[in-house]
Design a protein. Structure first.
Lengths: 408, 177
């Protein structure tokens, strides 16, 4: 018998070989002299110098050379209108908080439509800004995002101290907006057909322009995608070195009501909790019997994310409710840096007339009521009226701020 | 000298990722095997967990905890997603171009046996007070003072119980780290 886990190992190693880093390009002799003279112990300085050399110059003058304004968060894709192109489509970029308990991300996405007809859409990643990772959301390499659809839109969210981003020879000034997390900024740019995929996470010494090869899939030939790094620029015109990290995700216990739809996968019947276990936060319901809790997550410790540099919210409980055939996700959101001590605004949210303390973010399909330093949030459903109906029946049953952790 | 998990993940080398797989396969299998007994699901969840770890290995952050915790976190999220969506994700395996592994009855029986042992047996072998401390600290992620309060003992005692319990678990699971 062939050990299936040995086969799996072979497959993983084969996939890893394809993604092994390419040999570093030959560096000019001045680079060797410079790094040799500074020695290994001077690594941070080498990085800074290397950054300035790659970026071409060290001062704000770089921005002024080819600087341009960003495109807005919503607009029309330019270019020649043809069958496979998104040219002429209206695009809209939205940022919403992640509602899963224990997780603190901003979910970004772009959607395209034309004459009310949905064209396509793409999630842009889920992260938040830190000092070492000032770019989040936006762009990335994947087969599904190969630049084959004609003119399209690229975008990236940034930390507050990123004044511009550089893409090739273009430098695009970032902007803030009430539709973004408070303090964070964004850059939006039009990409002509065939433009390389934008990638984040560039580090000094890496090539700006590169490529990524995806192995053969379903009998097709390997796919090679050209990439170009998107670089964050600070107020002095310097490139900020970045290092992408996957955020910490604490354990969240899952529960599912007996009434919930049984998954149609080859899996044993569900034997886990059918009600939420006691947690640091709990949702409670009063009235509206048609609103039924189906499944959700609770956490015992509320994580804090002191490394976040822009606004960030963390969910401490989430529950999926059904109401007249519609799914609505409810959650309690806290400030992720100082849970329970302060509370930021929700991107794109406007007060709802006649409902004090309640706001609505139409792009994210999200409505929230402020309760102290927490947001009670409902997302989804048939529209604002249904979310308000659900919000009126829900309350925060428990919020134990003694269970806030000191670090994420 | 044996490389640390951090080194294995950071090197970008295919053979190093193979070593990482060898080191943690049993733990992932035991973790997944506790939550589903279907051998196909055990295999798919294990495969997708490691594929996702391969895709995101550059993002592992040692300061946030040991790699095994990060790996089991990926597995946990996949399990939750599979229940929520009614299917086991294969996104990372597809993106990586990994072939679908066809399993015969003999292989399925072997997977079921392998997924069913390990963590369950190792946990059962722990003294009761260590078991409670390990589960509350590692599985429920409770802070030490809260556990100490609940178990009516000092924080130092809880730390010792968790430490001893994890050492026993590592030994029983054959973790070489």
């Amino acid at each position: 018998m062939t050990d299936p886990f040995a086969v799996l190992r072979d497959e993983l190693v084969r996939a890893a070989v394809v993604r092994e880093p390419a040999p570093a390009p030959a560096r000019p002799r001045w680079w060797e002299r410079l790094t040799g003279r500074l020695g290994r112990r001077s690594h941070p300085l080498v990085i800074v110098l290397g950054t300035l050399l790659v970026s071409g110059s060290a001062t704000a003058g770089v921005i002024a050379l080819t600087e341009s304004s960003s495109q807005p968060l919503a607009g029309t894709v330019p270019g020649r209108v043809e069958a496979a192109s998104l040219a002429g489509y209206h695009y809209s970029i939205s940022v919403t908080p992640n509602l899963a308990a224990g997780e603190a991300f901003w979910n970004t996405s772009i959607s395209y439509n034309k004459n009310g007809r949905f064209g396509s859409g793409e999630g842009g990643g889920s992260l938040y800004a830190t000092r070492s990772n000032p770019l989040f959301g936006g762009v990335g390499v994947s087969i599904s995002s190969t630049p084959s659809r004609g003119d399209t839109v690229g975008y990236v969210m940034t930390a507050p101290d990123v004044l511009a981003v550089r893409v090739g020879d273009r430098t695009i000034r970032t902007f803030s907006s009430p539709d973004l997390p408070a303090g964070d900024r964004a850059a939006v740019l039009f990409l002509p057909a065939g433009y390389p995929n934008l990638v984040m996470g560039w580090r000094p010494g890496q090539p700006i322009r590169s490529h990524e090869t995806f192995p053969p899939l379903l009998g097709h030939r390997p796919i090679t995608i050209r990439t170009i790094a998107i670089l964050p620029i600070d107020r002095n015109g310097n490139v900020i070195a970045t290092s992408q990290r996957m955020p910490f995700m604490p354990f969240a216990s899952f529960w599912q009501a007996r009434s919930a739809v049984t998954p149609n996968i080859t899996e044993s019947p569900y034997h886990g909790p059918t009600r939420p276990l006691p947690g640091a936060c709990e949702l409670a319901q009063r009235g509206l019997r048609a609103l039924t809790p189906e499944w959700g997550h609770v956490i015992n410790v509320i994580p804090s994310y002191p490394d976040a540099v822009g606004a960030l919210l963390v969910s401490c409980v989430d529950t999926e409710y059904y109401l007249h055939g519609w799914g609505l996700e409810a959650a309690v959101l806290l400030d992720a840096r100082r849970p329970g001590r302060e509370l930021g605004t929700l991107p794109g949210a406007q007060p709802v007339a006649g409902h004090p303390g309640t706001v609505n973010a139409p792009d994210g399909g999200l409505t929230a009521r402020r309760i102290g330093n927490a947001w009670l949030v409902v997302q989804g459903g048939s529209g604002l009226a249904q979310r308000l109906q659900a919000l009126s029946a829900l309350r925060i049953g428990k919020l134990d701020l003694r269970r806030v952790s000191s670090g994420g | 000298m044996e490389l640390s998990d951090e080194d294995l993940l950071a090197s970008g080398s295919a053979s190093d990722f193979g070593c990482f797989y060898d080191r943690h396969l049993d733990a992932v299998l035991a973790f997944v095997g506790r939550r589903t007994r279907q051998p196909e699901a055990i295999f798919d969840l294990t495969a997708e967990t490691f594929a996702r770890a391969l895709e995101h290995r550059g993002q592992y952050q040692p300061a946030r905890g040991p790699a095994i915790g990060w790996l089991l976190g990926i597995a946990r999220n996949l399990i939750i997603d599979s229940v929520r969506r009614g299917k086991i994700e294969a996104e990372s395996r597809v993106r990586l171009g990994m072939a679908v592994v066809e399993l015969d009855d003999e292989q399925l029986a072997a997977i079921a046996e392998r997924g069913g042992r390990g963590l369950r047996a190792a946990l059962a072998a722990l003294p009761e007070e260590q078991l409670a401390a390990v589960i509350r600290r590692v599985v429920l992620d409770e802070p030490y003072p809260v556990i100490a309060d609940g178990l009516q003992c000092s924080e130092q005692v809880v730390r010792k119980r968790v430490s001893r319990g994890l050492a026993t678990l590592r030994a029983n699971l054959g973790d070489q780290r």
